[in-house]
Design a protein around this ligand. Structure first.
Ligand SMILES: [Zn+2]
Length: 315
């Protein structure tokens, strides 16, 4: 089962306590998950929500039943192209109560025209904002498993609706971005901390726990990788410097002989050739008495200077 599906199952089981939140969540489910905006001849007196998640379908049914005493039916159809996935359609038939319910869920304006906008009066309280975000996510949202690329999105029917939802998220300190796809507008979050916040706000405690566990493991692993990369880079620098120094010292010895190198430098030269993988600090610690890193560095530079001068004289 995908992480997205698991998250939706968890959110579907969560029933708000207050009537204001029940209404906000159902309003989001109908607006975001509604079938073709309720247009079409035989759809005029029904409210329909479609979803691929059985638990979400049950939730829509329960929300209708909790709020309005109207007949509600749940049906399932198989998608033709993707035979694996069933689509559940939850349909309420309010008959003469239809205009009232549409109005209550903020789905039309004062003239009775259908609205594809977020109903502000339904999401004034914090509890209702959370319920509305949960409903929108259940209807048309998805979230990647935390092991992969961080991504959470909600598909919106129109640009206006995407902007409305973006504003609502802003009020909850969630920063979502909008991107246009072929036939839809997508509101998405890529930042892991923000996705965790969304899961917490929507009330997906178990999904949040799983998400955070993986996130911690991933972040520690990244930290270790960064450290290893850093150490490897430093090691590369040490090896390159050591090779350069060894070559200079070998040239010096080949040309003038070890005995011709003045004593304070001779010891460093020999130690460098004996321990090509040691850092300057490590070379210094082998000396008697031990020499500081800067002391070794100074002598090493002088040795390289001598070798360079020699090369200059020869050419
Ligand atoms: Zn509420």
């Amino acid at each position: 089962m995908s992480f997205s599906h698991e998250t939706k199952n968890e959110l579907s089981r969560l029933m708000p306590q207050k009537r204001c939140c029940l209404k906000a969540e159902l309003a989001a489910l109908v607006l975001f998950g509604g079938v073709n905006g309720l247009k079409g001849k035989d759809e005029t007196d029904s409210l329909a929500v479609n979803t691929e998640n059985a638990a979400t379908a049950r939730k829509v049914f329960k929300l209708f039943k909790a709020l309005y005493p109207v007949p509600v039916k749940v049906g399932a159809v198989k998608k033709r192209q993707f035979k694996k996935n069933k689509v559940y359609v939850v349909k309420a038939h309010p008959d003469k109560n239809y205009p009232q319910i549409i109005r209550a869920l903020g789905l039309d304006d004062d003239e009775g025209q259908r609205l594809e906008r977020l109903p502000e009066r339904l999401v004034r309280s914090r509890c209702c904002k959370r319920a509305y975000l949960r409903g929108a996510f259940l209807a048309r949202g998805s979230v990647n498993k935390p092991e992969g690329e961080y991504h959470l999105e909600i598909t919106c029917a129109t640009d206006d609706l995407a902007r409305d939802l973006q504003k609502l998220m802003e009020q909850m300190r969630l920063e979502a971005k909008i991107s246009e796809r072929k036939n839809s507008i997508v509101l998405y979050i890529k930042e892991s901390e923000q996705i965790a916040d969304f899961l917490r706000i929507a009330g997906a405690s178990s999904a949040l726990l799983e998400f955070e566990n993986v996130r911690v493991v991933k972040s520690v692993r990244n930290q270790v990788n960064r450290q290893v990369n850093c150490e490897t880079a430093n090691l590369g620098k040490t090896v390159a410097a050591s090779m350069r120094q060894s070559m200079a010292i070998s040239r010096l010895i080949d040309n003038v002989g070890l005995q011709a190198i003045p004593q304070p430098f001779r010891e460093v030269a020999v130690l460098r050739l004996e321990h090509p993988d040691y850092s300057l600090r490590e070379l210094g610690s082998l000396m008697n008495p031990p020499l500081s890193k800067s002391g070794v560095a100074y002598r090493m530079r002088r040795l390289e200077d001598m070798a360079e001068k020699l090369l200059g004289e020869k050419s």
